[in-house]
Design a protein around this ligand. Structure first.
Ligand SMILES: [Fe+2]
Ligand SMILES: [Fe+2]
Length: 141
């Protein structure tokens, strides 16, 4: 899952780099490209979440440390919410006019969503660490 998280991270970073100095670019050309990038992020995120839900590492962390079950459930509940927000962003991008104002708004929204995704992934990593640390201690004892 660590590798998966890195891939996701790269995609988010490359999308974030696509935001230009607004005054200098051809927005009509840029807008469809950023929408494509949003779609890419959405489909990779959907794959990633589906894999997690199919019972990978999170489930194993919970089976090793059942006290984490509630937290793991909350994390899984983030998945549909984040995907829906990305879907909304794609829609707004598709309907946007290539004006600086609207493109800036998309950027703003995308960055907020990326911060949300980062918080989610970070919480997930921490949960895994706790689940697996405890079990390692048990195995060592
Ligand atoms: Fe997740
Ligand atoms: Fe994840």
């Amino acid at each position: 899952m660590a590798t998966e998280h890195r891939h996701l991270e790269q995609l988010l970073t490359s999308a974030a780099h696509m935001f230009p100095t607004w005054e200098e670019i051809d927005l009509a050309e840029w807008l469809p490209r950023i929408v494509e990038q949003f779609k890419k992020v959405r489909s990779q995120l959907a794959n990633h979440f589906a894999q997690e839900e199919a019972g990978g590492c999170l489930e194993e962390a919970v089976s090793r440390r059942p006290a984490l079950a509630g937290e793991a459930r909350n994390l899984e509940a983030d998945h549909p919410r984040l995907l829906q927000q990305l879907g909304t962003l794609v829609q707004r991008g598709e309907q946007a006019q290539p004006t600086v104002k609207q493109c800036r708004a998309l950027e703003h929204e995308f960055r907020a969503l990326v911060a949300d995704i980062h918080r989610h992934e970070e919480a997930e990593n921490q949960l895994l660490e706790r689940g697996f640390n405890v079990s390692l201690q048990h195995e060592g004892a």
